[in-house]
Design a protein around this ligand. Structure first.
Ligand SMILES: [Zn+2]
Length: 374
């Protein structure tokens, strides 16, 4: 097997920080490896220099649904705090590999590709589709292009998302909705405020109502409940005028299956007649029951290799899987990757070296034991 640890280091060495991303070189290098192993590849760009890659191996030429794996190549910026490690050198010390993307998620991408090359070389029969994306960290933009463009994806019956879980199986996440709520009032001289309509006060009252919104009390055993964070407020320019404009910014984390359109109607009602809602980000949640037959077998395969029976259950972040799994037709989606979930976006980010090899072994076994349905 190509060494997934060495491949992780090579990927870390290529700086793919958003917003620019510059993922093209990394994705081209991986495309070459996959093509040499017999994968047929096609690119779906979201912008110049921002490619997505869909690579497919169909050893029997049957066109049957594949087992799909996905990972993103972009990483977040380094942050304000200084690093004590080189962020792009891939230093290894005491069993930890350091660098931006070590956990989120170049190790996951490297483990996918290493396992796929091995599967191809050993003559595995299961069809495998690998989806590598750009611009995940800025709102799943790469995956959105793949999900929206007909024919961009092949056929798949199960999906593995290699986001950091320390190789513990996870089954989903809440969705994410960002809203700006714009309030319109009427300005007046501050000496006669009763002649105006104060947009700032309207926003304050609405902010209280948003924060108290309870989503009908719905609760999920592992994902908890939907939440609202009233995050931003902007209003007022000078002391001696009644403010006639105000804006609230909301971050909502939503249980999968939430009817977002119906929610927006309710929120508009809470905001009042002088307010309008602007959607900034809308990402659906995702959930696969661990009792789903493929998921149950995948959990068993992972436990057999890690020797640990614990699962992560829910992850606190969005993944490309919440767009790709529905685009594949609502297939089961396992989140499992070698990175440490607590290391994502951290200063001095690291990943345990042993977990990278372990993830590659799990992915290979998932490929070997996959039988296309029907
Ligand atoms: Zn990630």
């Amino acid at each position: 097997m190509i060494d997934p640890v060495k491949l992780t280091i090579e990927l870390i060495a290529r700086d793919t920080r958003v917003p620019e991303g510059n993922e093209a070189q990394s994705i081209q290098a991986l495309q070459m490896l996959l093509e040499n192993a017999g994968f047929s590849c096609h690119g779906v760009d979201l912008a110049p220099g921002r490619p997505n890659l869909v690579a497919r191996l169909d050893p029997l030429g049957s066109g049957a649904p594949a087992i799909a794996f996905t990972g993103h190549l972009d990483v977040v910026p380094l942050g304000e705090a200084p690093w004590t490690r080189q962020p792009f050198a891939g230093e290894i010390e005491a069993g930890r590999l350091y660098g931006r993307g070590a956990s989120d998620m170049k190790s996951g991408v490297a483990a996918i590709v290493a396992a796929a090359l091995r599967h191809a070389r050993e003559g595995g029969e299961a069809p495998v589709e690998i989806v590598l994306t750009s611009a995940e960290e800025v709102g799943l933009e790469g995956a959105k292009v793949l999900a929206d463009r007909p024919g961009a994806l092949g056929r798949a019956a199960a999906l593995v998302v290699a986001e950091p879980t320390a190789n513990r199986p996870a089954f989903g996440n809440r969705g994410n909705l960002w809203l700006d709520v714009h309030f319109k009032g009427k300005t007046a001289h501050a000496s006669e405020p009763e002649k105006g309509r104060n947009a700032l006060l309207a926003a304050c009252l609405a902010a209280e109502r948003f924060a108290a919104y309870d989503f009908g009390g719905a609760r999920h055993p592992l994902l908890g409940r939907s939440t609202v964070n009233v995050a931003i407020m902007r209003a007022g320019a000078n002391y001696n005028s009644v403010p006639d404009r105000a804006r609230l910014g909301l971050d909502m984390r939503l249980l999968p299956g939430t009817d977002i359109d119906a929610l927006l109607v309710e929120l508009a009602g809470l905001a009042g007649p002088d307010a309008s809602l602007e959607e900034i980000i809308r990402l659906p949640g995702s959930w696969t029951e661990p009792t789903d037959p493929w998921m149950a077998s995948a959990i068993g395969i992972a436990a057999g290799i890690t020797g640990a029976n614990d699962v992560m259950g829910a992850v606190p972040f969005n993944t490309d899987g919440s767009l790709l799994a529905p685009a594949y037709g609502g297939i089961p989606s396992l989140i499992l990757g070698p990175g440490e979930p607590g290391q994502a976006h951290q200063t001095d980010e690291w990943c345990e070296v042993a977990r990278i090899e372990e993830a590659a072994a799990i992915y290979l076994e998932l490929m070997r034991r996959f039988t296309p349905p029907g």
